[in-house]
Ligand binder design. Structure first.
Ligand code: ATP
Ligand code: MG
Length: 323
């Protein structure tokens, strides 16, 4: 099947291992097979905070992370929301296809509201999943490599595409999600590893910073290390992290550590993570910021050309333009 791949990240901070095993590894594999768009979702930053914060620094950081993991700008179009007005315009007809009740039921939005830094929930928080439908459909995306938190949004995108096609004629494909090796990696506090929740091992941290973070991770007092996700979630999470980095199973690692206790476990995890990230970190340090920014400028132009075509088609289907 000929896919078009679309996926992206909010420029809210550096990428972490949750991203890597949830979506980044799939992106690197897919770029050789299908056309791919990677979105830096800058308008989505202000869903759960009042100001965009250090957005330029975060955008440059994302670009460096992308290039360091091996995304190839010759194959992948990397772009940002705010540079592609025609994509954003799709939000208007799409919003009319979804009920307010449907927006209020989204479980990921509910979770993000619970972790939001804001006093009151803003309108963009409720509507950004529809904006995400515009992200995916502007390029007629069919395959979306994402983590588990995105599944409700993808369902909504399919709903928007289906309703648009029923109402105005066949324009959009119904895209599918693609899950990574670990669709939901937990952070060092036991909750979802997130850029905004201070619980992440980032791709760009130093080896010492990584060691310090893992040293502080919660464990329990049982000396024998076992892999038990329900009874010992913190220990299981650390085993999972190391196992993903080593390409082994968490059970196997637990058997090897045996009676070594939390200290041995943390040493094994630290070594596994730092070794896994070493080549990525080395490449990252070799890429210039100007080079990374040029990749974004070129990608913005390509994405805009694509968006103009889709918006024309949408306006035509809706009879907004004279035939
Ligand atoms: P923020 O906390 O600022 O929302 P985030 O860590 O949730 O940051 P996003 O930019 O919202 O990152 O998500 C980018 C992509 O990474 C999405 O496809 C999302 O599903 C995936 N992803 C994010 N966190 C994880 C995780 N812990 N495990 C697996 N996939 C994840
Ligand atoms: Mg998020």
């Amino acid at each position: 099947m000929n896919h078009v791949v679309l996926t992206g990240d909010r420029p809210t901070g550096p990428l972490h291992l949750g991203h890597y095993f949830g979506t980044l590894a799939n992106r690197v594999a897919l770029q050789d097979v299908h056309p791919m768009y990677v979105l830096i979702a800058d308008y989505q930053v202000i869903t759960d905070r009042d100001r965009p914060g250090e957005i330029q620094r975060n955008i440059t950081g994302l670009l460096l992370d992308y290039l360091a993991i091996g995304l190839d700008p010759a194959k992948v179009t990397i772009f940002q929301h705010s540079a592609v007005p025609e994509l954003n315009q799709l939000l208007l007809p799409f919003l009319s296809l979804v009920s307010v009740a449907e927006l209020g039921r989204n479980p990921t939005v509910k979770d993000e509201i619970a972790h939001s830094k804001q006093q009151a929930v803003n309108g963009l928080m409720f509507t950004y999943p529809v904006h995400q439908a515009a992200d995916i459909l502007f390029c007629k995306g069919t395959l979306v490599p994402v983590g588990k938190d995105q599944l409700p949004h993808l369902e909504l995108t399919r709903l928007v595409a289906r309703r648009f096609n029923e109402r105005y004629g066949p324009v959009f494909p119904l895209p599918e999600a693609m899950m990574g090796a670990r669709p939901l990696l937990n952070g060092l506090d036991g909750g979802k590893m997130s850029k905004s929740r201070g619980n992440a091992i980032t791709l760009s941290a130093t080896e010492d910073e990584t060691a310090a973070l893992i040293r502080k991770a919660r464990t329990d007092s049982e000396r024998l290390v076992t892999f038990d996700e329900t009874r010992r979630p913190e220990v299981a999470n650390l085993l999972t992290l190391a196992a993903l980095c080593l390409g082994r199973t968490p059970q196997d690692l637990a058997d090897e550590i045996g009676h070594g206790g939390a200290a041995t476990l943390k040493r094994v995890v630290t070594e596994a993570v730092n070794e896994f990230l070493r080549p990525i970190r080395r490449r990252r340090s070799e890429i210039g910021e100007a080079e990374a920014r040029a990749v974004l400028a070129a990608g913005n132009e390509r994405a805009r050309e694509r968006a103009v075509l889709t918006l024309d088609e949408v306006r035509g289907a809706m009879a907004m333009t004279a035939a």
